[in-house]
Design a protein around this ligand. Sequence first.
Ligand code: GDP
Ligand code: CA
Length: 340
Amino acid sequence: MRITTLAGGVGGARFLRGLVRHLDDALPAEPHEPGQDPARPEITVIGNTGDDITLYGLRVCPDLDTVMYTLGGGIHEGQGWGRDGETHVVQEELAAYGVEPQWFGMGDRDIATHVARTRWLGQGLSLSEVTSRLGDRWGLPRQGVRLLPMTDDPVETHVVVEDQDAEGGQRAMHFQEWWVRHQAALPAERFVVAGMDRARPAPGVLEAIRTADLVILPPSNPVVSIGIILTVPGVRDALRGTRAPVVGVSPVIGGRPVRGHADACLAALGLPTTADAVAGLYADFLDGWLVDDADEGASDLLRRHRGLVVEHRPLMMSDVPTATVIAGAALDLGRRLQRA
Ligand code: GDP
Ligand code: CA
């Protein structure tokens, strides 16, 4: 069984941890050599790298790291991103020198990840190779997880906002500046991905979609996480063409984005914050869609007009057990669609 998922940061990571837990629970109790267990499904995670940024000369990949720390047990649970037991000595020292920017929080333990990544990239390793090395430390292979960046080419999501003082009345800023510094409060006109015109999917990305038995879209941001992965050349076509059912989990609950600013992102596309609007973004390849009980009525239209299998259940990932149950439901829906 090969499961391929796309993922952003917190929503994707929490879902994936639930998926791994669900699959673990289903395994026989007998211990197996790592990688020797034929019953363990292989999970390929295609991670968003549009959020990536270079700060203080360090290459930072926030979404890949959130997935890695969450699966590896090193995540700051309350925050959902960054390391647990974190200290901030380096950034305090940098601030004392007046080094910019000071709006991006980066702890000491986290910095070590970025130093390692930047060093290995500098030695000529690809981002895929670096991500695999970092993931080894966090035990991803042992969990049957292969974390792939969507592309090895440097890409960055930029946000175009209105600015009367700028030429043409608009200016673009890095996604992180919009999201973290401005808390997505400046109305976005659109998102552009710098470097995507020259980008290629990372090795294994398209194969993982084409040869999967099941593709799952976790409840990640539909615009700036999943939406960005979908713009990598070939990814959308692979999703349309795969024989595997594609099952998505709504990131919108009761017309709200749960956490983060997905509403501001959907608004930039002229869309309301509804489970239906999100499904509409995936309409050309989606086979199954899990919505929260609160959105059951709202998805009636979809069910009738687009031939999509829509099911409803509680989708709030309050802790690991609830995320495990949600992941199990996505898997179950996928298995039923495989047979159908
Ligand atoms: P980011 O990169 O850290 O913003 O994380 P993602 O792109 O993976 O996902 C963020 C989105 O996940 C949020 O905008 C929410 O819509 C969604 N999300 C977060 N927590 C939950 C949850 O408990 N349940 C559901 N259904 N969606 C969630
Ligand atoms: Ca992100």
